[in-house]
Design a protein around this ligand. Sequence first.
Ligand code: HGY
Ligand code: MN
Ligand code: MN
Length: 405
Amino acid sequence: MQTDPQRFLTDLHQLRSFGAAGIGKGVVRPAYSDADVAARKWLADRFTEAGLRVEIDPMGNVFGLAEGPSLLMGSHSDSQPEGGWLDGALGVIAALEVARAAREAGGPVVSVVSFQDEEGRFGVTTGSAVWSGHLALDDADALVDHAGVTLAKARQAIADMVTGEVDPAQFTGFVELHIEQGPTLDISGEQIGVVTDIVGIRDMKMTFEGQQNHAGTTPMHLRRDAFQAVSAFNTALNDRFRNVVTPSTVWTIGHLSLHPNASSIVPGRAVFSMQWRDGDAARLGRMEEIIRETAAEVAETQGMTPSCGPLLGLEPVAMDADLRSALQQGAEAVAPGNWRKMPSGALHDATNVSRLMPVAMLFVPSIGGISHAFEEDTREDDLVAGVRVLEHAVKALAESSFAGK
Ligand code: HGY
Ligand code: MN
Ligand code: MN
């Protein structure tokens, strides 16, 4: 088999046209948006053209299936509310190119997937979480986005595309190519990262309810200001985490909504996201305790009523040794001496899929280490190198039980 770099890049640029926005190569294509649905229809057509059988499950995960037991490859095609053109898209189009080239050559047998809501409009890697059985569809349906829309309502946008459930038993393993989304490869100058582990994550919506009041007449000592409570919570949390975290632990308040969000009103309610990530599940648990204790204490001293939404999360996972070895062989063939093994600090669908089958992942560099931003980009020769590593790995795996010859 022989992948075609130009055909791959043409399709990758074409996918970006769905939701193209902002500066550079930015994309706005959140799960179930018009752009996301249009992109999924386009992908389904590309899969069909490539000779794959299209199946779309109730979440809107789009599969292009080869006959018989096959290796599954892919990623996601939804984006963050402001995202780049490669996060997820690269893995889907690279998988399409490998599957297409494989079919043209009469083997190996490769299927393709674009998972839905990897970027967590409704949770954490929602589409693959449901497909893998980690999250029941009924429970997923009850999740709400920041605008108060339920997933049940949002997925009506793909209802006419759904063909039915897709049986994971037909797949022998899952391989996902992704941009690194961090600075490691960009700084080292290496072209490929073979992933060793994916970190774990916890994510929870939190609320401080105080008292909305006049910003001119309410004395400072009588206020129950929800923003001041969030500010105090954040400062205390950073202090208390100090003896628990390592240099690779991260935590983020990325969304904050004040009510009613006006200059002359003491905010009565703050709703915010609290997310934390680490490779050690025990540390994630200790951080949760600190978060809950700190919120209770701040609420007490600031006159707030605190509440927490459901705790969402994924455990840290290690990549499969055999799949990883095939990727390492491919990396050495394509970028001799110019690749490394590395953990992933970003979450990926591979974490969920690892409940069902062996999984492995491959990274290419992100220019400036930037992602989840319109500026996200990767040199085209690095993108193509990623596809070539996949091609090498698939050929090697065809000699084993992972992909038919
Ligand atoms: O947030 C993440 O790590 C991923 O991009 N969904
Ligand atoms: Mn991604
Ligand atoms: Mn992402």
